[in-house]
Ligand binder design. Structure first.
Ligand code: PLP
Length: 404
């Protein structure tokens, strides 16, 4: 696990030229404490025992690896779906929050803060705080509070306090800034539970390790189902990058495995309504890390647009910026209409309603050429119950795009 390889994070928290910890002076101690504490905690037997027991008995892992026969036939490959949609709370995010809450407790923290966009990470955080009896405060842009009512209600029911953020565009990026500001005021007792492979070092590495259970299971499950433990191709969607990081973690250095990641093109990468950070971003600092950022010429962060609330982020984790820059991953932009269409397609062909985020990964399949024996693993990062209204509202968009 700690063997350094070509794509590993270095001791200062950099993946190539991306990453690091660009934080205000007041957080310096918090961040360096965490940098020193996280690996010994994650690698300890007591952590691993508790983490794995909760993943099994509370989250419901291992999540199934399902061979999707009708979709396989359509795309001319052997397509396996990694079913993160079947986890407790409906997505991969709980893998990370379970791990980090255990870490926070080991570090003696008593108050948990988190940022959330669509509310999925807020719900996953509020869930584990209820489980551990810890205080939970969630920062969420006021715009998102209004458009994601059900998740706000779930968080409140779970006992969390939700703070609507009224700065900037009042969306995810502003919620992140506000969470960092709160952390500055309460560095002693507060643990900032980051929801994706972003933020200052060590967060991207922490979150990637917490999600790496996904590829650990894929290895074992592929071995059982196909007689070999690696696929020809991995496919996942990327917002901040956590489900993708988990999907590829144990295959990054295995060059036999092609990696295709789908980011949200919104209305198109040539329009100003896009969230395709790896196509459109330039190098900058966002939320404590050097990465690719959608920004104006003078460095103001630009708002991201996509139909998918969970991919609506103007940055990208440093690990992914590096992998893309070095050509280890192929990045495809998937537009709103393609994603909606793909969501209907999976629903009608396999009886699985995916989250719109995950539908971006499905849509990538039509942009990749396969040979018939190729083994392809695609992570369905979450379920689409939260998105049914959006699918129905945009059915026309999908119909214009293709038949189903
Ligand atoms: C939050 C979310 C994403 C995007 O986040 P990543 O950190 O890039 O994985 C993708 N899918 C679902 C279902 C989500 O809830």
């Amino acid at each position: 696990m700690s063997n350094k390889t070509k794509y590993s994070i270095d001791s200062k928290g950099f993946y190539g030229e991306f990453g690091g910890a660009y934080v205000p002076e007041i957080l310096y101690k918090c961040v360096t404490d965490l940098q020193q504490a996280y690996l010994p905690i994650i690698e300890s037997d007591s952590f691993q025992q508790e983490y794995r027991a909760l993943l099994r008995d509370y989250v419901g892992r291992p999540s199934p690896l399902y061979e999707a026969r009708r979709m396989s036939e359509k795309y001319g490959c052997r397509l396996f779906l990694k079913r993160e949609d079947l986890n407790h709370t409906g997505a991969h995010k709980i893998n990370n929050t379970i791990g980090q809450i255990l870490m926070a407790r080991k570090m003696g923290k008593t108050r948990i803060i988190a940022e959330t966009g669509a509310g999925q990470h807020g719900v996953a955080t509020a869930t584990v705080c209820a489980l551990m009896g810890m205080r939970c405060e969630v920062f969420m842009g006021k715009t998102d509070v209004e458009r994601q009512k059900t998740n706000v209600e779930r968080m409140k029911m779970l006992g969390a306090e939700v703070h609507p953020v009224t700065t900037g565009n009042m969306t995810l990026s502003d919620a992140c800034s506000e969470a960092i500001r709160d952390w500055c005021c309460h560095p002693q007792d507060t643990y900032y539970l980051v929801g994706s492979t972003m933020g200052p070092h060590p967060y991207p590495d922490i979150v990637a390790r917490m999600q790496s259970i996904i590829s650990e299971e894929i290895k074992q499950q592929l071995m059982e189902k196909t007689g070999r433990d690696y696929p020809d191709c991995l496919v996942a969607c990327v917002g901040g990058g956590s489900n993708a990081a988990g999907t590829i973690y144990h295959y990054i250095d295995d060059e036999r495995v092609r990696i295709v990641l789908a980011e949200a093109g919104g209305s198109g990468i040539d329009t100003d309504r896009t969230a395709a950070t790896m196509h459109r971003g330039t190098v900058g600092i966002i939320h404590g890390a050097r990465s690719l950022v959608m920004q104006t010429a003078d460095g103001q962060i630009e708002e991201a647009f996509t139909i998918s609330a969970g991919l609506d982020y103007p940055g990208i984790g440093p690990m992914h910026a590096d992998l893309a820059q070095r050509g280890r991953t192929e990045i495809l932009a998937v537009n709103d209409d393609e994603a909606i269409y793909a969501g209907y397609e999976l629903t009608r062909m396999e009886g699985i309603i995916p989250a719109i985020e995950s539908a971006h990964a499905i849509a990538a399949l039509s942009k990749i050429s396969f040979s018939k024996d190729d083994i392809v693993v695609l992570t369905v990062s979450g379920r689409g119950d939260k998105d049914v209204q959006t699918y129905l509202n945009n059915k026309q968009m999908a119909k214009e795009y293709g038949q189903f």
